[in-house]
Design a protein. Sequence first.
Length: 285
Amino acid sequence: MASMRDIKRRKSSIQSTQQITKAMKLVSTVKLQKAKTHAEQTDPYFRYMYRTVTSILAKSGNMDHPYLNANGSDRVAIVVITSNRGLAGGYNSNIIKLIQNSGLPKEKVELYAIGTKGKETLERKGYQVVADYSDIIESPTYKDAMEICDRVLEDFVSGKIGQIYLAYTHFKNTVVHEPNLMKLLPVEFSEDEIDTADKNLIMNYEPNESEALDMIIPKYVTSIFFGALVEAVASENGARMQAMDSATSNAEEMISDLSLKYNRARQGSITQELTEIIAGAEAIS
């Protein structure tokens, strides 16, 4: 059985850790409120932009444009969004598992990393990181999303990559965060979209298809990136708040258990001392 001194030291250590987890939970809660509001405001535009562009392209028939046609490259780009800090439960590991289980060949994947946790782990697992934008995840802006979009589309048009995917965490609510892998280019259509498109007139562009798509596609990709960044920030803080809340509760249980053990050890020590005193008194008499 552990001594009273050992129990007291361990209890003190856990109490110190509990104070840290409480503080981190409060900080994450405050950050989450702001991030949640931003995510909820951005989500409708994020969703409708994706649906609108895919619907437009589904109704446009076959078009010859660099953003839409396969360029022959077998390289796959994944823009992966994780965090720069840990202690967020399974937030980062879920995205990493999503990429590993995606079925995309590791040797053909090129990562555009946002977040050091995902970047470092995936590098150790053999994935190639071609660009690192980890600094923007702390406070992402639309300009940041545009910068990433320009780089990825440039590589796509030049033939360095043949497909563009986005791996991020969808913020459903405070406690539910879903890892998601979305294909952005070339655009794929669902059967419902194709069936609907066949029943409608072909989309007309003014002044012409090329100029219109040169504006629409970058706006589409940038909007998707920005929406994903906003949702990722909210998901990260939500995951960290839950993780710190669980850690605080676990620490409380451990402290209660150690307090009970300490009291038992103290009671045993007092009983032993009394026994020794009585035995000594009887021996003298």
